[in-house]
Design a protein around this ligand. Structure first.
Ligand code: PLP
Length: 441
């Protein structure tokens, strides 16, 4: 309670804004990640590794808006290009713009598996489009996802669609029919996956397996090193397409994405977040020419086509931002620098945890760091059913930890996820570590 009182004192403007906001915005936030316990913080400025709130408090920004700002917040070289484009043609034209082409060419250069690319409005839309493409290409309907994975909020892959072992549904407002052809398997359970593929074969066949290549929720529950290669082999055996959801991992784990790291070639790749460096609409699908060409065909041409759309998709502003953001990530080696910061932070956190003898653990994949301080979660890692059942208790514990971090000047994603960026120098990480130590103590 002392920490929370102190926090409320320091963040009076945010609190007042949050109270007003709650009257006109459901839950007081437009963006799920903005829900910081005990109330959302209003941001006014950000630069490099830092973000400032409406009361002038500075935080080390490990939220990074959920992942897009690998270069650090408000990165000047990209911002200047965006300004120049805005001056020239405003945010949207409705016509083709050369940066759409340049962005697609640049992605292909870094991920040779991707021959063609289509820009959409968000990761959610891109997942919807990739599944539609897989069904159109294979002529099949079943889609298999890994339980606990987040692929956006469309009906068919909705997060937590079933609480395993209970028959209960977590998300409401989704008719059963919407998920009728979506199946879930537990991570790393290749046997169960193979059985599903077998059963589906007699029922028209599996169109696609969709995965987050690091494991559900960006590796919160990591998968084994050869899991993705095993999925590739199963997809080949059963004629299904492999969809990598690289919304988080694309460009963040390296210029080649998770597919480059694991050396596995998915048929379709879904992008978001880093794709535009955080500027506006960020979503896209990449893949081989034969599959991607099903998106071609103009209205009224009568050609066979998997339809996707979006008024603001591929607007010049997003494309110019993406082209220069990805270019800068390549030029600066942003993923490597951010990964080093993530490694240093993770090592430091585990050192503090060991020294203080706490039942916590930190693990990371480069710049994607997971910090688990909830005993419930740790006990449940081998027992996903228990994990899902106790999700609510865990969530609150994490939120309280998140509030304590905030009170000590650190912004995390829901108290358990940390994204590092290229702007996180050794000094920034060491400063963060001493703040984490204060919280743990
Ligand atoms: N897929 C993954 C792995 C994600 O983490 C997210 C968003 O966090 C999405 C898809 C959805 O992307 P968007 O929020 O752009 O709709």
């Amino acid at each position: 309670p002392g920490v929370l009182d102190h926090f409320e004192q320091r963040c009076r403007t945010s609190k007042a804004l949050a109270q007003r906001t709650a009257e006109v915005i459901p839950g007081g936030v437009q963006h799920n990640l903005a829900f910081n316990y005990p109330f959302p913080l209003a941001a006014t400025r950000c630069e490099g590794p830092y973000i400032w709130d409406a009361d002038g408090n500075r935080y080390i920004d490990f939220l990074q808006a959920g992942g897009p700002t690998l270069l650090g917040s408000n990165y000047q070289p990209v911002r200047e290009k965006v300004h120049a484009l805005l001056d020239a043609c405003g945010p949207v034209t409705g016509l083709f713009h050369e940066y759409e082409m340049k962005l697609a060419e640049l992605i292909r250069q870094h991920m040779p598996n991707i021959e063609m690319f289509r820009m959409l409005g968000s990761g959610t839309e891109a997942v919807m489009g990739a599944i539609r493409l897989a069904r159109a290409y294979t002529g099949r309907k079943w889609v298999i996802k890994v339980g606990g994975a987040y692929h956006g909020w469309s009906d068919q892959v909705v997060y937590g669609m079933r609480v395993p072992g209970t028959g209960r549904r977590e998300a409401i407002g989704i008719p059963r029919g919407s998920t009728a052809y979506t199946q879930e398997v537990f991570p790393n359970d290749i046997g169960a996956l193979r059985r599903k593929l077998w059963l589906n074969r007699a029922r028209g066949g599996t169109a696609a397996i969709i995965v987050e290549p690091l494991g559900p929720e960006s590796g919160t529950r990591p998968v084994l090193r050869d899991y993705n290669a095993q999925l590739r082999a199963l997809c080949d055996e059963f004629g299904a397409l492999l969809i990598f959801d690289e919304v988080v991992t694309g460009f963040r784990v390296g210029m080649g994405g998770a597919q480059g790291y694991f050396g596995v070639r998915p048929d379709l790749t879904v992008f978001g977040k880093c794709l535009t460096g955080g500027y506006l609409m960020a979503g896209g699908i990449g893949g081989g020419r034969d599959v991607m060409m099903l998106l071609a065909g103009g209205i009224g041409t009568g050609s066979r086509r998997a339809f996707v759309g979006g008024t603001l998709s591929a607007n010049p502003l997003s494309c110019v931002a993406g082209y220069h953001a990805i270019g800068e990530m390549a030029r600066t080696g942003a993923a490597v620098a951010a990964g080093r910061a993530g490694d240093r932070l993770c090592r430091g956190l585990n050192g503090i945890i060991d020294r203080l003898g706490l039942p916590y653990v930190a693990y990371n994949f480069g710049s994607i760091v997971h910090l688990q301080t909830s005993a419930v979660l740790l006990m449940s890692m081998r027992n996903p059913i228990k994990l899902m059942r106790e999700h609510a208790a865990r969530k609150h514990a994490m939120e309280e930890m998140g509030a304590a971090y905030l009170a000590h000047g650190i912004l995390t994603l829901a108290g358990s996820r940390i994204y590092t960026s290229m702007a996180d120098t050794d000094a920034v990480i060491d400063d963060a570590l001493s703040r984490f130590e204060d919280v743990f103590r």
